[in-house]
Design a protein around this ligand. Sequence first.
Ligand SMILES: C[S@@+](CC[C@H](N)C(=O)[O-])C[C@H]1O[C@@H](n2cnc3c(N)ncnc32)[C@H](O)[C@@H]1O
Length: 401
Amino acid sequence: MDHEPVGGPYARPDGPDPARLRRRLLDALRAGGQLTVPAVYAAMDAVPREAFMPPGTDPRDAYADRVIVLASDESGAALSTVSQPAIVALMLEQLDVRPGDRVLEIGTGSGYNTALLAELAGPTGRVTSIEVDADLVGGAAARLAELAPGGGAPLDLRRGDGWQGVPDGAPYDRVESTVGVDDVPPAWRTQLADGGLLVAPLWLCPGLELSVAFRRAGDLLTSESVTPCGFLQLRGPHGAEQRGHVVGLDLAAVGEALTLKDADVIADLLDTEAVDLGPAPHLTERRWWGFSLSDPRALLFVGRHGGNVAWGLFDSDGPTPAGTAGPGLALAYDGRLLSYGSPTAAYDLLTRLEAAPAVDPSRLEVTVYPSDHPVPPPPRGGATWRVTRTHHRYRVHWSPA
Ligand SMILES: C[S@@+](CC[C@H](N)C(=O)[O-])C[C@H]1O[C@@H](n2cnc3c(N)ncnc32)[C@H](O)[C@@H]1O
């Protein structure tokens, strides 16, 4: 690709010149296959990411391929971030914005992705962006006004709960959420033009969150591309159900149907002596996804800073050697398979894992049905899972290559 001189409508005469760092990052993303569409490259080249960082951020951090925290709560947990450039690029490629498109973005955050969308939609397009946090949307508005997108689409920034979309701007040709959900809000589907694309991070089961590009056809959404991701979850009354609960010092368990009561039982089991069943079975991420999609008892243990530290299965009511029913927990930790309480949890974990397909997420097809819509029988071949949420049912189909 030929490069134009860096500058353009976003150039800041008073700041450090980050052009070289920016090009280096974009070229690395392109070499890694995460940035293949020339229009997305050009937009990311035109918008200075460093201008959307918290004050005092070193430009080298602004152009490292990593997420930057913008706002946190009292406990230090992130409330808003400027997403990692690689995932920003991948999602924009999935979204396939065309000049003239009417675009809705959920989760304005810093305004960086809003500026990229404005570049892509161009002067004949329009970008509406909604953010729940008044301070953040105020900051983004100020930044975007200062940078004054020359050739970009007109912007309409709103403060509010993005779960409701922005009805007075509908229909949209493209809807992009930069905040995660476990169920597509109905408004995102209904405010999308028929034939339009919705890209959103969708949490399907423990360990599996996907950025999915859905095409709308009538009442249905059908995936066109799928890529693993990790996102902050939608805040507010319609946010995802809480599926992660503290079970020990610096340790939380995440399970599809895990309740607070289950977490107490797990914490009690962890206080008992484990039976060491020997080396834990070798687990790949792909086999975990196949297992986790298949079994609501799948459990991931995450540390205080987010990394996965153990995995396993929790059965709230398995048979015990005494002939009574009781809870059981099987846990793969530090290369060992540990069993607590009812031993059938470990047996089930081993047999279910063995039977689980190793799922390549890029070969997953996700279809979204409104909850009152019938779900057709699964396609032949491969594996099909059904995920039921409040507003939609999801048919997840995987076929081997
Ligand atoms: C990963 S950040 C977005 C990054 C942003 N697109 C950028 O380029 O900086 C997710 C954002 O979604 C916002 N958010 C969370 N819940 C929301 C909701 N219910 N409605 C609108 N925005 C929400 C957060 O405050 C946060 O700023």
